[in-house]
Ligand binder design. Structure first.
Ligand SMILES: NC(=O)N[C@@H](CC(=O)O)C(=O)O
Ligand SMILES: [Zn+2]
Ligand SMILES: [Zn+2]
Length: 428
């Protein structure tokens, strides 16, 4: 199977745009250049489109097994393809949890059968994510685990975290941490601040997250493992990561589009589409996250795509589950909200969604070079369209961004040389 992409525009290292042809064979980029004179089974005219490496999202909830009402591997990866993502890492807070080689193997089978794009499965740190017993890291690595995390819940005991980190260092894998101290959650539904006070709702204080990060970087220093912070959200957390990096500790961090684009002032009232964990923080936290991204404290962007059913989300601010979807809106939102506003460049945005996550975890994805896997996305930078959850391929419609007018929509996604999603107008 061969594919020729003509007339596309590619960003060079310096951020300039160059006209390019890409020839793909058997899932691999064979040649990039001008007037390649290749005869391909299929030709795509990418005139006017920006070509980027397939986007990489290392924090996604696909919900299968056990949560199929919210999402499946099939619907979640179709949503990924529509959003321009060709690699996603699937969180293990499913039922059952991939906490043994047997469960992970079953998950891999489902992925092989139904996924539209590449899925890297996380395994849990503790059995059933209960925080009591460590899983068998060696066996899980052998079975193809991408990294270890108990996302959805923090590792409460420092001794447990240290032991996990030592085991992770032994098998040269990362500990990926949802940072939340259960004794500081305060039964909160929003950030503890202006908005929680205004709405008369319990708030989750910033220190609930930052205290785990401050603890964990010290533990990681001792264990010598790669420690990664999920969905960083507060200025104190950014400070802790920055300080740890300065001291040579092997820590990386991700931030979500919603924490970069929203803060508590944007919450219109009792709307559960603004309820996620960690919560939308104060304006100065949002500013600190942008600064952290710009100065390299925060390594990359991940969506934390967390679909829930509309019935669950209709239960009111205090009872509804935490989480919003993100795969199908990340690029246009960030392009419109950050690049068009001059906060970051287009090159930086693409890097934060491709090469940066890949480098943080030494993955061979997120780059478009001769010999690399043929993962790429064509993006229409100029076309403006409103976010319409009814068009989502995800089962989850839970987004606070419905109706936002955005530019920078993916129009065609190729994963391992195959067209996995197309808006329809570009294929020749
Ligand atoms: N982010 C969320 O608000 N929710 C996630 C859990 C998590 O990422 O911690 C979920 O699984 O729904
Ligand atoms: Zn989490
Ligand atoms: Zn998550």
């Amino acid at each position: 199977m061969s594919l020729l992409i003509k007339n596309g525009r590619l960003l060079t290292e310096t951020g300039e745009i160059s006209q390019i042809e890409i020839y793909i064979e058997n899932g691999t980029v064979l040649e990039i250049g001008n007037e390649l004179n290749r005869a391909a089974a299929e030709t795509i005219d990418a005139a006017g489109m920006l070509i980027a490496p397939g986007l990489v999202d290392l924090h996604v909830h696909l919900r299968e097994p056990g949560g199929e009402k919210k999402e499946t591997i099939e619907t979640g990866t179709k949503a990924a393809a529509r959003g321009g993502f060709t690699t996603v890492a699937a969180m293990p807070n499913t039922r059952p949890v991939p906490d043994s080689a047997e469960q992970l193997n079953k998950l891999q089978e489902r992925i092989a059968e139904t996924a539209a794009v590449r899925v890297l499965p996380y395994a849990s740190i503790t059995v059933r994510e209960l925080g009591k017993d460590l899983t068998d890291f060696e066996a899980l690595k052998e079975a193809g685990a991408f990294a270890f995390t108990d996302d959805g819940v923090g590792i409460q005991a420092a001794g447990m975290m240290l032991e996990a980190m030592k085991q992770a260092a032994k098998v040269d894998m990362a500990i990926v941490a949802h940072c939340e101290d259960n004794t500081l959650i305060n039964k909160g539904s929003l950030h503890e601040g202006k908005k929680s006070a205004e709405l008369g709702i319990n708030g989750i204080p910033s220190v609930c997250e930052a205290v785990h990060i401050a603890r964990d970087v010290l533990l990681a220093e001792q264990a010598g493992c790669h420690y990664h912070v999920c969905h960083i959200s507060t200025k104190e957390s950014v400070r802790a990561v920055r300080d740890a990096k300065r001291h040579g500790i092997r820590v990386t961090a991700e931030v979500t589009p919603h924490h970069l684009l929203l803060n508590e002032d944007d919450i219109p009232g009792h709307d559960t589409n603004y309820k996620m964990n960690p919560p939308l923080r104060a304006r100065e936290d949002q500013q600190a996250l942008i600064e952290g991204l710009l100065d390299g404290t925060i390594d990359f962007i991940a969506t934390d795509h967390a679909p829930h059913t509309s019935e669950e989300k209709a239960e009111g601010l205090e009872l509804a589950p935490f989480g919003i979807v993100g795969l199908e809106t990340a690029f246009p939102l960030l392009y419109t909200g950050l690049v068009e506003k001059g906060v970051i460049t287009l090159k930086q945005l693409i890097d934060f969604l491709t090469i940066k996550p890949a480098e943080a975890f030494s993955l061979p994805y997120g780059r478009l070079e001769e010999g690399s896997p043929a993962d790429l996305v064509l993006i229409d930078i100029t076309h403006e369209e409103k976010i319409d959850p009814s068009k989502f391929l995800s089962k989850g419609k839970n987004t606070p961004f419905a109706g936002w007018s955005c530019k920078g929509w993916p129009v065609l996604t190729i994963a391992e040389g195959k067209i996995v999603w197309s808006k329809g107008s570009v294929t020749a």
